[in-house]
Structure formats: C-alpha cells, structure tokens
Ligand binder design. Structure first.
Ligand code: HEC
Length: 488
C-alpha cells in the first residue's frame, strides 16, 4: 500500500516499495552545497592593467569579431540571440554584438549563458559528460575574454573566418507532426501555462525513438513538456479551442512524459535500439509555457515532431517521473515541527532542504541514459543520486546522476549522457534513488517575488507539494532503457 500523495504526472513507472526506513543518504550526497559563483571583473578596455602577462612576454595575439568571435557566437549564442529569437537582443552581427561584449563575457563567466543547468559541483560529478553541451570550453572562454580585454575589435571582414553551421534543431527525419489546434494570443504580463490535447492518429501501437518540439513563436514559447495520454482523458478537459490551463503537469491522472524541451535544444533522440511505445488511440498533451513580451503576440504553430521506428527495438525507453512524496520516502528536514517528516517550505526561510529516498524494488535491470530535475519557482538547487545495494562490475556504490545548482524554472529540460547505453549508470532491483531539493522561500529569491506579485501577494507563505505556481515539487525525470524481454 502506498501511503503517499503523487501530484500531477508522478506516475511511478518504477514501483516504489515503502517498507524501509529513512536511511542515511550516504557519503557525498548529503552535504550542503556552495553554489556561489565566481565574481568577475569584466571591465572592457583594461588590457594591460590586469591581464596576466609577464614582462617580456610576446604581445597578445589580436582577437577580433570576424576572425574569432563570430564563429563562436554562431555556434553558442545566435540560435537564440537573433532577430525574432527567444533572447531579447541579437548577437548575430558585429554591430549588434559589440555593445553587449562586456555583458556577454560576464554572463558566460557567471554560468548563466548559454543556459544549461546541469553543472559539476563538489557534491556532484556525473560519470559522463552531456550530449550537445553548449557551454564554452576553456579555450573559447579565453578567446572571449581576450576579445573583451582588447576592446572588442571588429577585425577585417575581408579575411573573416568561415562561419560554422549552427546546431541542427530540426528533426529532419520525423514521420508525424502534431500541432496546437488553434492560434493562441499571448498578451498581458502574466506567464501562461496551457495544455493542448491532440490526436496523433495512431491506429496501432507505435514505437517512437526521437522527438523534437518547435516553437510556433520563439519570442513567447518558453518551454514545452509533451506527454502521452493513453486514456484519452485530456480530450474531456479542453475548451472549444482545444486547450485547458495547467501548471505543474498535464492536469490528468496518468500520462507519460515523452519530451521536455527548452529553447535552443537539439532533438531528443533515444540511444540506438531504444524506443518508447505509444499505445493505439493515445492522445498527445503539449504543455506550453508562454512568457509574454509586453506586446500582443500570437502562437499558431507550436508543434511536436515524432520519429517512428518501424521495427521492434531491443530496449523500451521511457522518461520515468519519480519524486513528490509525502510518504515514507520523505526524509526528516530541519524545519519539520510536527514530529514527522512533512513537505513544507516555511514562509521566509532562505535555505530549506527536502530529501527523498526511493527504494527501487522489483525493477528489471535498467540503464539511465538521460536525467532531468523539476521544481517550481521556490526551488534553487536539485540533486539526483543513486545508491546501489550490491554494486558490481565497476559500478560505484553511490554516484551522482545530475545536479542543477542554479535551478531556473525557465530552462528545465532533460540531459542525455554522452556515452553508449552499456556505459551509462545501471540500476538493479534494490537500488535507491536519492533526491535533494533546496528552496529559498524568501523575498531574496527573485522568482518568488515575481510569482507572489502575479498572485497579488507581497509576502511569502508556507509552500506545500502541489501543481500551482506557488506550490512546489521535487521530481526527477529519469530516462531509462529496459530490455524488451524484461519490460513486459
Ligand atoms: C537557448 C537560448 C540562448 C542561448 C543559446 C544563449 N542565450 Fe543569452 N539569453 C537568452 C535569453 C532568453 C535571455 C533573456 C534573459 C533570460 O530569459 O534568461 C538571454 C540573456 C542574455 C544576456 C543578458 C542577461 C545576462 O544574463 O547577463 C546576455 C549578456 C546573454 N544572454 C549572452 C549570451 C551569450 C554570450 C551567449 C552565447 C555564448 C548566449 N547568451 C546564448 C537565451 C539564450
């Protein structure tokens, strides 16, 4: 018997047995995190004053826009920073980018740009890197720093370096496209969360192995989660325009997540030989987060592309959602004051931690190929760890799967390990998934200030588990592959 409330899409695809104590989460997973970012001095035009050159060293190579920075920005920035893109200004030409040179270096050094929340910390060093990691390498960062230090010169357009192809964000071999059924106007100043229920027309069970979401209007579509609704329940919720409001999830009881998308993301492809099954007659729910621009905007074309696999795969892939427990998986927290663990983030508290431990009993052996975190606006940091009951074959007794120490609701997505399926973390029955969610429920959290203002409130209130803007979640998205023979 599960004594737990599951919110929204928390369909526990993996059975979680509740008969175990609140054991110690283990070394390396429970200490507090220091996520302070390095402060930076990024004053332009200070070449020579604080540059780390020693006397007699050769003069620094000139670094210019046309020769060095344009190719870098095409690859790392102008997918979003382009006229009509989601970012508020273009970085696609010298004239557009030069005024932002100092700010660009600063944002890169702070780690806020390009937006990518998966980060390595003292608490969390995942075993593998990430696919399509957009962050600048050390050499690229030094190039940008040198350019800014030299006063952001243009260089000679006649000898400009060739521009690389920007990352491919279309799924070029998709078979099916589902699209929002009616145009929506996005006005006013509040973020809007709408769920569109669409029929993909699958008359037979269908294997899907890649998905990509395209924003109809990139200036307002901030992120999209796509779910498979096997029961068709979402069809009963829509208004005459084909949608219903929803915030924390798809607003129906059982739905399987198939894609979590934020702008700039490349298509989400399952590893080779892995696909998800969509049963005949399922509907697709697209939950779209619209962020208004201040002037009236229209979205008439946000869509989801699906690639169908014609043959039966060796592995079944799924994005399992695990977390949001108020049952025995919830560990005690510093601010519990009723004598038992409760999910409550007290009003005004700047640092509050909730931890959960899920024992994965009766699961077939599986591989974790992708992972994502999900909280709302009060959340500041989330970590997902794995503890093995009987580690074998070089699999460590405990490892960190993902940490998003600078949590930002606006940039949530799933991250795929850059490694083959037989090298990514393995989970066996009896292993435990550990979640640590950190919250700041005070006016020092700008997202809380904004969320309160949207509700006409000016002071924080206690926050509980739930689906609304001012409720919270602590939910792991775990992309798993299970051998087909074990999956039935
Ligand atoms: C995935 C889309 C995306 C990519 C890629 C991206 N940006 Fe941004 N950027 C944005 C958005 C959107 C904003 C507006 C603020 C926000 O919503 O976070 C922004 C804001 C900024 C800002 C102003 C705010 C701040 O944090 O200082 C700077 C500077 C910036 N970007 C620089 C860059 C640079 C330089 C790159 C490439 C190295 C880059 N961005 C890549 C989407 C992107």
């Amino acid at each position: 018997m599960l004594h737990q409330k599951m919110y929204g899409p928390a369909a526990v695809v993996l059975a979680c047995v509740t008969t175990f104590g609140c054991s110690d989460p283990g070394p390396g997973l429970d200490s507090a995190t220091d996520t302070t970012t390095a402060s930076t001095d990024t004053t332009a035009g200070t070449a020579g004053t604080d540059a780390p050159t020693t006397t007699g060293a050769p003069e620094a190579e000139p670094v210019t826009w046309h020769q060095h920075i344009a190719p870098l920005f095409v690859q790392k920035c102008s997918g979003c920073h382009i006229d009509g893109g989601i970012a508020p200004f273009s970085l696609a030409s010298y004239e557009a980018a030069e005024p932002f040179a100092v700010a660009a270096l600063d944002a890169v050094l702070r780690g806020t740009m390009p937006p990518f929340l998966a980060d390595e910390t003292d608490d969390c060093q995942p075993r593998h890197g990430w696919q399509d990691d957009p962050r600048l390498g050390d050499d690229e960062l030094e190039l940008l720093r040198a350019w800014v230090d030299q006063g952001a010169p243009a260089g000679d357009p006649a000898t400009a370096a060739p521009l690389p192809e920007p990352p491919e964000v279309e799924l070029t071999d998709a078979d099916v496209r589902v699209q929002i059924p009616t145009p929506v106007s996005i006005d006013g100043d509040k973020d809007l969360f709408l769920c569109f229920s669409v029929d993909p027309g699958f008359e037979d069970d269908t294997w899907i192995d890649a998905v990509q979401i395209s924003a109809g209007n990139p200036q307002v579509v901030h992120h999209v989660l796509a779910y498979v609704d096997e029961s068709g329940a979402s069809a009963d919720k829509v208004n005459e325009d084909g949608y219903y409001p929803c915030f924390g999830g798809p607003g129906i009881n059982s739905a399987n997540l198939i894609a979590a998308w934020a702008p700039g993301m490349t298509p989400f492809e399952m590893p080779p030989n892995v696909a998800s099954r969509v049963v005949a007659g399922s509907r697709i729910v697209m939950q779209v987060h619209y962020h208004p621009t201040g002037k009236p905007e229209l979205d008439s074309a946000t869509s989801l592309d699906l690639r169908i696999r014609d043959t039966i795969p060796e592995y079944v892939g799924m994005l399992a959602l695990i977390g949001n427990s108020e049952g025995p998986q919830l560990l005690p927290s510093e601010h519990d004051d009723n004598g038992y663990p409760e999910f409550r983030i007290p009003a005004g508290v700047e640092h509050h931690v909730e931890q959960m431990l899920f024992k994965l009993n009766d699961v077939p052996p599986l591989r974790v190929f992708a992972v994502g975190t999900h909280m709302h606006y009060v959340g500041t940091d989330m970590l997902i760890g794995l503890q093995r009951s009987s580690p074998t074959d070089g699999e460590p007794a405990s490892e960190c799967l993902l940490q998003t120490p600078g949590w930002d609701f606006n940039w949530q997505r799933a991250y795929s390990y850059d490694a083959p399926l037989d090298a990514v973390p393995r989970v066996d029955s009896g292993d435990e998934l550990y979640l640590r969610c950190t919250y700041n429920n005070s006016m020092s959290n700008p997202f809380v200030v904004q969320a309160l203002a949207e509700q006409g409130l000016d002071a924080p209130k206690d926050v509980h588990l739930g689906e609304e803007t001012l409720d919270e979640m602590c939910l792991a998205v775990v992309g798993v592959a299970i051998a087909l023979k074990d999956a039935i």
